[in-house]
Design a protein around this ligand. Structure first.
Ligand code: NDP
Length: 244
């Protein structure tokens, strides 16, 4: 229960890594705000039900990060009235876009990917700064990818957007040095999710880590054990054996 009484917000909590991280945080005592799309598949509600059934605490915040950023100030107001602070923010939601040569990349898709993968995390952090600063010990985790640090042919907007998010993390981290808010990136590495299956359709998903196997780094960064981590880029696969 190392996150007992913590308030955590996870974006893209309805599937894949976000769902596993949300469940893990709830198991360790946090109240988890599940932010994401809740379309006809009701994936966000499924995560909510799984957490409730396991005896954890969760709050649903249905929101599309591409179209609904205008809702964020109202969400912040509600969180302030209900909790007064935010201890953990995981910017996990992401979109792969198209795997295609840059010369052929669709303009509108380029904008969409940057909006979801860069603008949304930037805006959420900025709007939630007062809530984060109200915490004694706040941790922001931005989920990136190995292509953030080395571009690769055909990974287009996804790679460039993750590079921007990694860079933003360094800038935010420097600017927040004298506050209780720390910020780091996590590169999950190959993880068996819908996004990974879309990028590598021929891969046998049982040969790579499942989302619940890569949560230890997310737990470490959310906990007081990581108080000194600032502006670092960490890989989940190096932390799979970590326990509190
Ligand atoms: P998934 O496709 O399983 O999950 C992506 C999540 O992002 C989903 O919950 C999805 O919601 C959400 N999302 C996408 N677009 C929006 C939007 N417009 N508004 C709100 N939520 C949105 O993939 P992963 O779990 O693999 O991805 C999680 C993160 O990990 C991403 O940032 C990804 O880039 C990163 N990553 C993943 C790797 C892997 O191997 N799996 C490797 C490296 C990085 P919905 O379910 O409604 O589509």
């Amino acid at each position: 229960m190392i996150l007992k009484d913590k308030i955590a917000l996870v974006t893209g909590a309805g599937a894949g890594i976000g769902q596993a991280v949300a469940q893990n945080y709830a198991q360790h005592g946090a109240t988890v705000i599940l932010l994401g799309r809740n379309d006809k598949h009701k994936k966000l509600e499924k995560t909510y039900d799984l957490i409730q059934q396991a005896g954890g605490k969760a709050v649903l915040v249905p929101m599309d990060l591409e179209h609904d950023l205008g809702l964020v100030p109202e969400i912040v107001k509600n969180l302030y009235e209900r909790f007064g602070r935010l201890d953990i923010l995981v910017n996990n939601a992401g979109d792969l876009g198209a795997l295609t040569p840059l010369a052929l990349y669709d303009n509108l898709l380029w904008d969409k990917i940057f909006r979801i993968n860069v603008t949304a995390p930037f805006f959420l952090i900025r709007e939630m700064l007062l809530l984060l600063k109200a915490s004694e010990d706040a941790s922001v985790i931005n989920v990136v990818s190995s292509v953030a640090f080395k571009g690769r042919h055909f990974w287009g907007a996804y790679a460039a957007s993750k590079a921007a998010l990694a860079n933003l993390t360094e800038t935010w981290s420097a600017e927040l040095e004298k506050t209780p808010v720390r910020m780091n990136t996590v590169n999950p590495g190959a993880t068996a999710t819908a996004m990974r299956a879309a990028a590598y359709p021929g891969e046998d998903a049982s040969t790579i880590p499942q989302p619940n196997e890569i949560t230890p780094l997310f737990l470490y960064l959310a906990s007081h054990y990581s108080k000194k981590e600032r502006g670092n880029h960490l890989a989940a696969r190096d932390w799979m054996d970590w326990t509190p």
